[in-house]
Design a protein around this ligand. Structure first.
Ligand SMILES: [Zn+2]
Length: 333
């Protein structure tokens, strides 16, 4: 239904733009103040933002023709700036296009290292406007975390469930992969508009197919025990360009909600480190200790320990980064 609406809205844009495109510069003098405000921000918008704006304008029955044309032009400009790529499976638009350049529905993680090496810092917008309201994929008991486990690296988290339980999309996006694949068993991968991918493995039944647009909370499949799995559970991963990210950095597993809505992925030797957007860090200098840093930022020692997840006071190394403001205090929520 959503896809249909998207197609209709695109058709509307083409028809509308054909009529107005002759004017070299859209005449914005007829716009009301609110429309003018939107018009002035169009050039700064990313593709997902433009698509969402387009969708919201479509509901106004085409009263904003000038805005439609401006958005369409900006989308053209953005798309012409992307590297030339192979649009597999006939998709001319797919989520996270600027980070990937291709859409592969046959392989779990087709991304070469070169993609991953290209950037050092990527900002991810997880706010409802871009990603839909976050939904915990299944409200079951957390049974296993990300990291080394029995001499193998576990690239996701495990959530206990019974066969047939509803597994839901964590964010809005498009299904990129849905099928059976080795140890993952029946697995669904959803690409989100910010470029993040979420992975839902060991499903009993898959209820979506590649290309489906899913909204957060939508049914993807039924929980099960397929692939390399002992006991029914959901194996859930978060990845960017194929590189796994510890979901606990993004979601509070205890509270089953996001730590914060805007995060920055920072490339490290091992993968991506996740930081709340705009979080404040102190770089440890010679002679610093936790008490001194706490005083410097008007915090208590206990605060600093909490922000950094420390049980006691660790020995600080010069150049180390110490979090001095919690994620909730810098306007990211
Ligand atoms: Zn697992």
């Amino acid at each position: 239904m959503l896809l249909l609406r998207k197609i209709i809205s695109w058709l509307a844009v083409f028809v509308l733009s054909a009529n107005v495109l002759h004017a070299e510069v859209p005449d914005t003098s007829r716009l009301n103040p609110q429309q003018r405000r939107i018009a002035s921000s169009i050039e700064q918008m990313s593709e997902p933002e433009l698509i969402l704006l387009l969708d919201s304008l479509f509901d106004t029955d085409g009263k904003d023709t000038i805005l439609f044309v401006m958005i369409n032009r900006q989308l053209d400009t953005l798309r012409n700036s992307y590297p030339k790529n192979q649009f597999n499976d006939g998709f001319a638009f797919f989520p996270g296009q600027r980070f990937y350049g291709s859409w592969n529905t046959k392989m779990l993680f087709p991304y070469p290292d070169s993609l991953y090496k290209a950037d050092t810092l990527i900002e991810l917008d997880l706010s409802p406007a871009v990603s839909g309201p976050f939904v915990y994929p299944f409200n079951g008991t957390f049974t296993s975390g990300y990291g080394w486990r029995d001499s193998a690296f576990h690239r996701g988290i495990d959530i206990d469930l019974n066969r047939g339980d509803t597994v839901r999309a964590a964010f809005t996006g498009m299904v990129r992969f849905a099928g059976k694949q080795g140890g993952y068993g029946n697995v669904v991968i959803v690409r989100h508009y910010n470029g993040l991918e979420t992975v839902y493995a060991h499903l009993w039944k898959i209820k979506v197919k590649p290309g489906d647009i899913v909204t957060s909370g939508q049914l993807l499949g039924l929980g099960g025990n397929t692939g390399h799995s002992t006991g029914t559970h959901l194996h859930f991963e978060m990845r960017f360009r194929g590189v796994a990210i510890n979901p606990a950095y993004i979601i509070s597993i205890q509270e089953r909600k996001l730590h914060c809505e805007k995060i920055a992925l920072v490339r490290t030797k091992q993968g991506y480190a996740v930081r709340p957007h705009n979080v404040v860090y102190h770089i440890v200098q010679r002679g610093d200790n936790v008490t001194k840093i706490a005083q410097q930022y008007g915090r208590t020692v206990k605060d600093i320990r909490t922000f950094n997840g420390w049980d006691g006071n660790p020995r600080l190394k010069q150049g180390q980064q110490v979090r001095v403001v919690p994620p909730t205090e810098n306007g990211t929520r």
